[in-house]
Design a protein. Structure first.
Length: 420
């Protein structure tokens, strides 16, 4: 099938890599893409957040399937426009994507569906924020209600930091709100589920590392690394998430007339009181996608098309490698604040000469001289695969050591101490 993939980050490069290697894919166009996707697909310029522009491009290239990577196009209604053009699309409509676009809406859906999650207060004024912080106590969890590129959450013991973040959220505009939650203890897990509006099919679970520095120090980021599988997770984890979280959520959205078709990202905590949902996203997560797809042996194109066309019940059981995958994110100087752009990147080809290593582009560009340069906060994802987590981790870091980027930041403890 001819596939049009929307997006330009490492997540989209990971998706493109799997789709390009898939016998079910006859042609792959990535819009707008990045220097990494240019080597395995046809990059086409487009305003990814414009429903009309993406729908027009899908018609122009005669796409059989459109796959929308980032969250912003989904919330903007890009999937609606593509569906209206009569083209199959993997990605929820704008109304269903509100599950990610508004944390308050997600809480409402979870309450109606009986999905276990943290207690929370939705606040629109600072006096409400103060009362909520007092009610829950530290550690304080403060979440921007809207999209924030993975950086809208603050978890802190410092009350003033919590108040400052809340103020920045509620003062953004007159309709803005902030969600104050109880703190959830226990390890976090990411589980992706394909959804066709009625049914869900889970992918392999993963865990990401959100803080900038080793030992989970520093500010939250979009994610500094991830690994899969999770040797410490309960054997029934995936089935429990499907039955208690994913299916009830999809059914509640369908009951409301907003069927969810696409990728339901379940961000979870295994707390001392049991499974709890931290957040939902309406698309593949980054950097977890990099390791999950590295382990997928089934046809990704077939799976995404089945979800897009309401036929997950006909999809053969997905196959996964017995090995492990680890990804380490290389970020630019200044990230997650004001990042430095234009620094030259070398060593990507040398890294990929190592067995088991591939490098995915996120914030990269080519300058006038044709050199690869940093063009965003998270610049590259270095993925290592191996027989177990120790081997995959060693492979990923061996790849990192071959890449040079002035001022680059990366964590040295991704998947450390987990054994096989």
């Amino acid at each position: 099938m001819k596939i049009l993939l929307i997006g330009s980050g490492a997540r989209e490069h990971a998706l493109a890599r799997s789709l390009a290697a898939d016998p079910a894919t006859t042609s792959l166009i990535v819009a707008p893409g990045n220097p990494g996707t240019a080597g395995i697909a046809t990059n086409v310029s487009v305003d990814a957040n414009s429903p009309d522009a993406v729908a027009a491009l899908a018609r122009e290239v005669a796409a059989d399937l459109v796959v929308i990577g980032p969250e912003a196009p989904l919330v903007a209604g890009v999937a609606d426009a593509v569906r209206a053009a009569g083209i199959a699309v993997f990605g929820p409509d704008g109304d269903a994507a509100t599950l990610e676009g508004s944390k308050a809406f997600a809480k409402e859906i979870m309450a109606a569906a009986g999905v276990p999650t943290a207690m929370a207060h939705v606040c629109r004024a600072m006096d409400e924020v103060t009362a909520a912080l007092d009610a829950f106590g530290p550690p304080y969890v403060v979440k921007d209600d809207g999209l924030a590129a993975g950086k809208g959450v603050v978890v802190t013991e410092d009350r003033q930091v919590a108040l400052d973040h809340a103020a920045a959220c509620v003062n953004r505009d007159r309709r803005a709100s902030v969600v104050i939650e109880e703190f959830l203890d226990g390890p976090e897990i990411s589980l992706f589920c394909l959804a066709d509006g009625e049914r869900v099919v889970p992918l392999a679970p993963a865990q990401d590392f959100k803080r900038l520095a080793d030992g989970d120090a520093g500010p939250n980021t979009g994610g500094m690394g991830a690994y899969s599988p999770l040797p410490w997770a309960p054997e029934d984890l995936v089935s429990e998430v499907v039955e208690r979280v994913a299916l009830p959520t999809v059914r509640e959205l369908a009951r409301r007339g907003t069927p969810f078709v696409g990728l339901l990202y379940c961000g979870l905590a295994l707390t001392s009181r049991g499974l709890r949902v931290i957040e939902f996203n309406a698309r593949f997560g980054d950097p977890e996608t990099q390791v999950v797809l590295a382990r997928l042996e089934s046809s990704l194109a077939t799976a995404l098309h089945a979800a897009a066309t309401g036929s997950l019940d006909q999809l053969p059981e997905l196959r996964w490698s017995a090995g492990a995958a680890v990804t380490v994110v290389l970020a630019a100087a200044g990230y997650p604040g004001e990042v430095r752009r234009g620094d030259v990147i070398t060593g990507v080809e040398a890294a990929e000469e190592l067995p088991g290593v591939h490098v995915l582009h996120a914030g990269t560009a080519t300058d006038d001289a044709g050199a690869l340069v940093a063009a965003g906060g998270r610049v590259l994802s270095v993925v290592g695969q191996g027989a177990d987590l120790d081997a995959a981790r060693a492979t990923a870091y061996a790849g990192v050591e071959r890449i040079r980027l002035d001022g680059a930041q990366h964590r040295t403890d991704i998947a450390a101490g987990l054994g096989s």
